[in-house]
Design a protein around this ligand. Structure first.
Ligand code: NI
Length: 159
């Protein structure tokens, strides 16, 4: 387990398309563990593998709703409905937030760390986080679609 460096906007790896995960092995598990450590250290709600320099289709999400960490490998949105408009930020774009319109509800198909297929449906922050993190896997950042992008005071870092 280790905290990884989070790549920031301007780094080319944030603009690349990530590749599917084929092997559900110890290396994947240790990458997932590092992603969790890095996410919690940064007080984020989601992190995608390309943000720490791995061009693999992996995201971790914890929206602090009591469900804990959700690891999604090779995730795909099956359905979405409705619309929500609200503030969004990104660990790769520190010090900024912007207003983004996303679906209000999504159903996402993915594999867990053992390669088992799973499906989840959720709304509001869950849907926003899933859309934001999956965009990272295709080299997209929320600042591409945000309105009213503005500087915010960065959160104090935990030491
Ligand atoms: Ni992000």
């Amino acid at each position: 387990m280790a905290i990884r460096k989070i790549f920031e906007n301007g780094d080319p790896c944030l603009r690349k398309t990530s590749k599917p995960v084929l092997l559900f092995d110890d290396r994947l598990h240790s990458l997932l563990d590092d992603m969790a450590d890095t996410l919690y250290k940064a007080n984020g709600v989601g992190l995608a593998a390309p943000q720490i320099g791995f061009l693999k289709r992996i995201v971790v999400i914890d929206i602090l709703d009591g469900n804990g960490l959700i690891e999604m490998i090779n995730p795909k949105i099956l359905a979405c409905s409705g619309e929500q408009t609200g503030p969004e930020g990104c660990l790769s774009v520190p010090g900024f937030q912007g207003t983004v319109t996303r679906p209000n509800s999504v159903t996402v198909l993915f594999q867990d760390r053992n390669g088992e297929t799973r499906q989840m449906t959720g709304s509001e922050l869950f849907a926003r986080a899933v859309c934001h993190e999956l965009d990272h896997l295709d080299g997209k950042l929320y600042i591409d679609i945000a309105k009213n992008l503005e500087a915010v005071q960065p959160e104090e870092e935990d030491k």
